[in-house]
Write a protein that binds this ligand. Structure first.
Ligand SMILES: Cc1cc2nc3c(=O)[nH]c(=O)nc-3n(C[C@H](O)[C@H](O)[C@H](O)COP(=O)(O)OP(=O)(O)OC[C@H]3O[C@@H](n4cnc5c(N)ncnc54)[C@H](O)[C@@H]3O)c2cc1C
Length: 464
């Protein structure tokens, strides 16, 4: 069978869903989604059972439908902060959206378990048949984030027979059967595994944590989308922009983020080099600081029944140790990927606001519909790819400030941002009253420093 569509969407993850949702509202076009997974929602379909968003639910999903109920958590390690949807909630949200909105619209066709091949055909992974597709308007590549998660990746280290090394998907079932657990990886998944163990009373002393590189974390309290928290967020934005404008070196920039309380680190005696933009609370930080067996000997190369061989040394381990593989790249396959969003006949869904894939995809859809001038489209959609190191962060952040400047000098886009639920702060900022001097002053500080911030970030990116 051959297919016809206005927009062919390759990939059915979060970015594809946010893009289509906005296009359904703003156009009368048709869409064909091709995804090799059996359900929409991308990587969330294979997530570990205790995964949660690390940003408030209000920032996530599609523009037309809220995710969660905008409640503050009253207990747990996220206490006092807005709720973080669980993986199950996220998946249910996307599956319901598909069944209740996309398919009933009669404008969305969906081909699960199909691969979009290099020669532009659709290959059924079940029957092996290839289908042709005629695209009237554009191909939309919604796979550029290239998300790699523990359940579906292949570890880069060797595991000898008799060693129990599993993705965190099996942690809940296996943890009670093992007296010693070693968590491999210092990113968000590693933190999730440690905090899940501690929240469930697993003894901290029986956990070993392998951290090849330490990381800077954002303090989640600065990203709370509500008027009651707005002053903190504006202070974060103003202070960060001042810091970007004035830091003489990369090190000074990091210390400036830390001294303003924007960035946190596990150990003040260890200098982090990694930056994956994970958000944590101070309670979570205190919890992960309870782990005293931290191995900082580089990456794991192999594990056998006696212990681990790492790039900078060896560590012996108890024979019954359960190893939890949290070493998947996450979003790192997208690092330094500056593929333009708009190309001839094709849209490449990239973050155009750092670390905001859903918002970015929705805004790209709106720009596709409302901006015809090619130069302006490009100026509004400089890619802000994912970051692996602090150096990567410099260019992404500079591009973000440039994009924001373009959006805010366009009246219609500014209005769209205020109305879009995936933009956590524009509507709050638009409603600041003229006599709220503190917040007005914070906005002024941002405005005063933004140009120098862009110049300095690009200068630092060039010399580091
Ligand atoms: C644990 C975790 C927590 C996160 N928390 C947050 C958060 O709190 N807030 C936030 O904003 N972001 C968060 N993110 C990031 C965010 O979820 C991802 O960036 C986003 O979901 C990526 O969506 P995507 O659609 O780009 O990619 P994916 O989810 O990877 O979807 C792409 C899809 O394309 C399919 N595909 C790829 N190639 C082909 C092909 N050739 N043919 C057919 N199909 C193909 C894949 O099977 C996949 O289903 C988190 C990510 C992780 C891993």
């Amino acid at each position: 069978m051959d297919y016809k569509t206005d927009y062919l969407i390759i990939g059915g993850g979060a970015m594809a869903m946010a893009f289509i949702d906005t296009m359904l509202k703003e156009t009368d076009a048709t869409f064909l989604i091709v995804d090799r997974r059996p359900k929409v929602g991308g990587h969330w379909n294979d997530a570990y059972p205790f995964v949660r968003l690390h940003q408030p639910s209000s920032f996530y999903g599609v523009a037309s439908r809220p995710l969660g109920r905008h409640r503050l958590d009253e207990t747990g390690f996220n206490k006092g902060h807005f709720e973080l949807a669980t993986g199950v909630e996220v998946i249910h949200y996307y599956h319901a959206l598909m069944e209740e909105v996309f398919i009933p619209s009669k404008r969305v066709q969906y081909l699960p378990l199909c691969d979009y091949t290099d020669n532009g055909a659709i290959l059924s992974l079940m029957s092996g048949e290839e289908h042709k597709v005629t695209v009237n308007i554009k191909v939309v590549n919604a796979t550029l984030m290239n998300t790699e998660i523990p359940m579906t990746h292949t570890p880069k280290f060797k595991v000898a027979e008799g060693v129990n090394c599993v993705p965190p998907n099996h942690l809940c079932r296996l943890a009670p059967k093992h007296k010693h657990i070693t968590v491999l990886g210092g990113g968000k998944t590693g933190i999730d595994s440690i905090t899940w163990l501690l929240a469930n009373n697993y003894p901290a002393d029986n956990i070993t944590w392998v951290i090849p590189r330490d990381s800077w974390f954002y303090d989640r309290s600065k990203f709370q989308p509500d008027k009651d928290f707005l002053e903190y967020t504006l202070e974060f934005i103003a202070g960060q922009t001042e810091n970007f404008a004035t830091a003489a070196t990369l090190e000074e920039l990091c210390l400036g983020m830390e001294s303003r309380g924007n960035w946190l680190r596990l150990d003040r005696n260890v200098w982090p080099t990694m930056f994956h933009a994970a958000l944590i609370t101070k309670i979570e930080l205190e919890q992960i600081q309870r782990i005293s067996h931290v191995v900082r000997l580089g990456r794991v190369e192999s594990i056998d029944t006696k212990g681990m061989q790492l790039t900078k040394g060896e560590v012996s381990c108890q024979p019954d140790t359960l190893y939890i593989d949290c070493t998947a790249a996450g979003l790192c396959n997208n690092v330094n990927n500056f593929t333009p969003v708009f190309e001839l006949g094709q849209i490449n869904l990239q973050c155009i606001r750092v670390f905001q894939p859903c918002f970015s995809a929705a805004l790209i859809a709106h720009i596709e519909v409302s901006i015809e001038d090619d130069a302006l489209r490009h100026a509004m959609t400089r890619p802000t790819p994912m970051t692996d190191t602090v150096k990567d962060f410099l260019t992404s952040q500079a591009h973000l400030l440039m994009n924001e400047g373009q959006w805010r000098s366009h009246e219609e886009i500014t209005k769209w941002l205020i109305d879009c639920r995936l933009d956590g702060f524009s509507h709050l900022i638009a409603n600041i009253s003229a006599d709220d001097h503190k917040k007005i002053n914070q906005l002024k500080r941002y405005g005063q420093h933004v140009k120098n911030a862009v110049d300095n970030l690009l200068r630092l990116a060039a010399v580091n």
